[in-house]
Design a protein around this ligand. Structure first.
Ligand SMILES: Nc1ncnc2c1ncn2[C@@H]1O[C@H](COP(=O)(O)OP(=O)(O)OP(=O)(O)O)[C@@H](O)[C@H]1O
Length: 257
């Protein structure tokens, strides 16, 4: 006996379970000579309250990955986990409910209903799901996104940036587990695009929202806290606290590899 007691092993706190995760996701289109291996075994998790950008050269699999994560496309093999469920094992009805209630979407083309006002567009999906919007939450989102003065306007009476803000409010209102944003600033000029990205950032910081965004734009990606890089259907790198220059540099090397 030396008299020196060995200290108990220090347990590292385990990282929180991701809100959404892809596990060994493979996606193959076509067959025979026309086969395309869009995703070749992707493993990735997205932590709650994180803002992640997905980047990569054209054809690297960004949209395919996002569609598989959002249950908009089927996987060839592997699993997509969202809030404890495996999306790849749900029937169509359950998948539709899952998308409606637990996932928010923001598209490049806004996808607003032209005949409805901004307020009606924001409320529409929740009402479709038979849920009553919480008035304080609605007010908070409208104020965070600066839409108070525009609620009674139709999309044609709004600028592109305002339309995208309405789409952001619509996505945030149901408090989804995750929002998938597909080139959300692709149709906006750079100043307006920046405003929308600031709002997405703020919804992560102030509202605790989890966001996964596909973008081609290194400046947009630099608003995220993490950028993951895809090439040929595989995740090949990631950057934390990205800068636009760092992302551009990594992207150039991927494109020339
Ligand atoms: N429905 C489909 N049928 C056949 N091939 C497809 C289909 N959708 C995508 N692909 C192929 O899968 C690969 C990945 O496509 P994907 O659209 O995911 O790439 P991406 O990185 O989003 O590209 P981009 O930056 O050009 O939008 C590409 O080779 C593409 O041609």
């Amino acid at each position: 006996m030396t008299g020196i007691a060995s200290s108990p092993p220090v347990r590292e706190p385990s990282p929180p379970a991701p809100v959404v995760a892809a596990v060994d996701v493979v996606k193959t289109y076509g067959r025979g000579d026309a086969v395309v291996h869009a995703l070749r075994g992707v493993n990735i998790g997205f932590a709650r309250g994180g803002f992640t950008a997905i980047m990569g050269p054209s054809g690297s699999g960004k949209s395919t990955l996002m569609h598989c994560l959002a249950g908009l496309d089927t996987v060839t093999s592997g699993s997509v986990l969202l809030g404890g469920a495996d999306l790849t094992r749900l029937d169509d009805r359950k998948l539709t409910l899952m998308r409606r209630e637990r996932i928010g979407f923001i598209f490049q083309s806004f996808n607003l209903v032209p005949t409805l006002t901004a307020r009606q567009n924001i409320l529409f999906p929740l009402e479709l799901a038979g849920r009553t919007p919480e008035a304080p939450w609605f007010d908070r989102i409208v104020d965070v996104l600066g839409l108070r003065e525009r609620l009674d306007h139709r999309p044609s009476e709004l600028s592109g940036g305002q339309q995208q803000r309405v789409a952001c409010a619509r996505a945030l209102l149901s408090r989804p587990e995750v929002i998938f944003a597909d080139e959300p600033t692709g149709n906006l000029d750079s100043v307006t695009g920046r405003e929308v990205l600031e709002l997405l950032r703020r919804s992560v910081r102030d509202l605790g929202q989890t966001i996964v965004m596909v973008t081609h734009d290194p400046v947009a990606a630099a608003f995220a806290d993490r950028v993951v890089f895809l090439r040929d259907g595989l995740i090949v790198d990631e950057q934390l606290r990205p800068t636009a220059d760092g992302v551009l540099d990594r992207l150039k090397r991927l494109e020339n590899a």
